[in-house]
Design a protein around this ligand. Sequence first.
Ligand SMILES: Nc1ncnc2c1ncn2[C@@H]1O[C@H](COP(=O)(O)OP(=O)(O)O)[C@@H](O)[C@H]1O
Ligand SMILES: CC(C)(COP(=O)(O)O)[C@@H](O)C(=O)NCCC(=O)O
Ligand SMILES: [K+]
Length: 250
Amino acid sequence: MILLLDAGNTRIKWRLVAAAAPADTTLAEGDLEHAGAGGLAGVVRAHPGIVRIVGSNVAGAALGEVLQNAVRGLLPPIEWLLPGESCAGVRNGYLDPAQLGADRWAALIGARRLHTGPCLVVCAGTATTLNLMNADGLFEGGLILPGMDLMLRALAGNTAQLPLAEAAFTPVPRTTAEAIVSGCLHAQAGAVERMFERIAGQPDALCLLSGGGAGQFADLLRVPLRRVDNLVLDGLAIFAHNGPQATSMG
Ligand SMILES: Nc1ncnc2c1ncn2[C@@H]1O[C@H](COP(=O)(O)OP(=O)(O)O)[C@@H](O)[C@H]1O
Ligand SMILES: CC(C)(COP(=O)(O)O)[C@@H](O)C(=O)NCCC(=O)O
Ligand SMILES: [K+]
């Protein structure tokens, strides 16, 4: 079995897949808090038969080291996905390919397997990223904005009168909490819809939406939409089976 790790800025998501391709069957999955990252050892011990760990990490080298130290002596070094020029049919259009977040790169690799038409790959996590990929598998570029929770916390933490709001989306808000929540949801959904306009006229254009925050604004989106549980882990599974092995970091 291969243990896949998606270390994001809020949580570490993990998934177990078979060592032989195709790896589209999830054998087990879960998540760890950053503070509990050492618990990766427990995940490995609880699932005998893991032979490799393949991961992406955008949460810093220190967290990568904690994860690596947790499994030292149990398994070979974690193979970290590092964004490059191309992988599994996806080409990286960033001016400096290495500058792209490893999670965005993995999500694009996962997306390409699910849809070969033009797509907007949206990952709603700590940050929300919107990534445009054309029908040839070229990642053309994309956007980064604060995720919904970050937007809410930025308002609460930097104003005198605004609370950390909890409310439902309301078209024309008449309370502060509704105004905040609806404003931030419009910002998330609006960014998606505006970016999707770039491909909307093309045949088979699709928005793929993934990430822990996806459920907060999925219902608001007026675009052809497919929800995917975790595109980053999907892409890591493909990388694990197709990509170069044994890249270590941290
Ligand atoms: N159990 C959970 N723990 C933390 N965040 C959660 C949970 N369930 C949903 N969320 C939402 O998911 C977001 C984090 O999504 P995730 O994809 O894990 O982010 P990241 O990849 O940046 O760590 C949070 O901002 C929150 O809105
Ligand atoms: C944009 C991100 C912070 C998203 O991280 P996440 O919300 O998934 O934790 C991460 O992909 C990142 O640090 N990217 C590097 C810069 C870039 O992709 O251009
Ligand atoms: K994200």
